[in-house]
Design a protein around this ligand. Structure first.
Ligand code: ZN
Length: 351
């Protein structure tokens, strides 16, 4: 008899905290604590620690924890021509939710050489588990740049999507199992998502033979985001506009925020046919979920998604968290998924 497809695997949204000897802990855009060859060596050591942390916790599909980049958008952009990091400009991002220092687009964007291939080779050589690698999505990149060249968010997005696609194809060829594009901006500019956001995302993922994913969330657990969430009311329905469009797209997996949020869980029913990576770990609080709390979130999701299509995940990246907290949360995630897998296997819970 054929083995049933594995049910309820676990994974992470992407980033993990960096060791304090590598970068200042618990801040975004944290400056490196090392330089030169020491920094290169430190990044590699941090990747080993990140992989080991996930493996020991029991996470099935691991990432290198984004240990080699200062920020999830600017990391890739540092390898893109036409983007000037010497001209940082403070701009409002995510519809002016907060300000950030962003590099300026001064000419046609072009990726002259691979950006992340060494990191992927290193991570691939040091874990036998399935490996996810995250890249920023085109719309979120546009939203984290000061553009003085294209003067059109759509045109810039498609130019970036081409650069991303070249990168993604090379990373997939190095043995990455899942390429995920991070698009928190999809929860902010719903009209643009419909008009060109999904098309730009598909351009970035074009021709990829590994699994493809998009992560859409309500942002890192930083103060500006926590304040913003308070303004969104009792039911967060942003996904309602986007999920039907994604269901029709060629992207295979959707990673979303769920734990402790006001996202009505029924909205994941709009993602029919997709793998759904349900955020069962809140990254905006240091309170560590119990395995039973994780299991409860996953059981709810099982009302709308088949077990083979459901993955336990974190709400968002864990980069700004304290390391021991992130570690404990990953253990809870794996233990919670294990509870529900046992229930499914024993027939106690119907998938
Ligand atoms: Zn996120």
């Amino acid at each position: 008899m054929a083995q049933p497809a594995p049910a309820l695997l676990t994974t992470v949204a992407g980033s993990l905290p960096k060791p304090s000897w590598l970068a200042r802990p618990q801040v975004l855009w944290a400056p490196w604590q090392l330089a030169g060859e020491q920094l290169a060596e430190g990044k590699r050591d941090a990747v080993l620690a990140a992989l080991k942390m996930q493996e020991a916790a029991g996470i099935d599909i691991v990432s290198e924890g984004e240990q080699s980049r200062m920020h999830f958008v600017h990391g890739f952009l540092q390898g893109v021509e036409g983007v000037d990091f010497g001209r940082m400009k403070r701009i409002g991002i995510r519809a002016d939710r907060y300000e950030a220092d962003c590099p300026t687009v001064t000419g046609p964007v072009h990726r002259p050489r691979p950006v992340h291939s060494d990191e992927v080779r290193y991570a691939r050589a040091h874990t036998t588990r399935k490996l996810k690698f995250t890249l920023p999505g085109p719309m979120t990149m546009v939203d984290t740049l000061a553009d003085e060249h294209y003067r059109s968010r759509e045109k810039l997005a498609f130019a970036l999507a081409e650069a991303l696609n070249a990168e993604a194809l090379e990373l997939a060829a190095l043995g990455v199992d899942v390429i995920q594009f991070d698009e928190p901006a999809f929860n902010v500019y719903m009209d643009e998502v419909r008009d060109w956001g999904i098309a730009a995302l598909e351009r970035a993922a074009q021709g990829l033979r590994c699994a493809t994913a998009v992560h859409i969330c309500y942002g890192y657990g930083i103060k500006a985001n926590i304040e913003w969430k308070k303004t969104l009311g009792g039911a967060w329905r942003q996904y309602e506009a986007t999920f039907p469009l994604l269901a029709k797209s060629r992207i295979r997996q959707v990673s979303l925020e769920c734990a402790n949020s006001h996202v009505p869980i029924a909205l994941i029913g709009l993602l029919e046919g997709k793998d759904v990576l349900v955020g069962a770990i809140d990254v905006a609080t240091d309170a560590v979920e119990t395995p039973e709390q994780v299991a409860a979130t996953l059981r709810e999701a099982l009302q709308y998604v088949k077990p083979q299509h459901l993955y336990g995940c974190t709400n968002c990246g864990m980069a700004p968290m304290a390391r021991p907290v992130a570690e404990a949360k990953l253990r809870a995630l794996a233990a919670g998924a294990a509870i529900v897998r046992r229930e499914l296997a024993s027939g106690q819970l119907k998938g």
